[in-house]
Design a protein. Structure first.
Length: 120
């Protein structure tokens, strides 16, 4: 009979220990879940920011130009040793000086002026 009481007592202790363990685990799950939510939200925000950067880089005015202007833009950037910012600046400046002219004309003018000044 002692072995049965001992078995029963150990079973009760086991159950109480299991219940205590489950309570602790659930409490830690709440903490872990809260930190996981923060990490997931931070990751989502980072991915959104990266996406915005990628989209803004691929939708710069230089990338949205028409099929006629795209080769001219590449040629201008090549003349400027890859300086995209300077190319945009020169085009903007020429557009301000000649607002009545088409964008193709403006690119051709800027390229012509650069080549002329460099003796090309």
């Amino acid at each position: 009979m002692d072995s049965f009481n001992d078995f029963f007592q150990k079973t009760v202790y086991f159950g109480a220990g299991l219940a205590a363990y489950m309570v602790e685990t659930v409490e830690h799950l709440d903490e872990n879940f809260a930190s996981l939510q923060v990490e997931v939200q931070q990751t989502i925000d980072d991915l959104i920011e990266r996406g915005e950067q990628v989209v803004s880089q691929t939708t710069q005015p230089s990338d949205r130009v028409s099929a006629q202007v795209a080769p001219l833009h590449r040629r201008l950037v090549l003349l400027l040793n890859g300086n995209e910012a300077l190319a945009r600046h020169l085009i903007e400046q020429a557009c301000e000086q000649h607002p009545e002219r088409a964008l193709v004309w403006v690119y051709e003018k800027v390229i012509y002026d650069l080549e002329r000044d460099r003796g090309l």
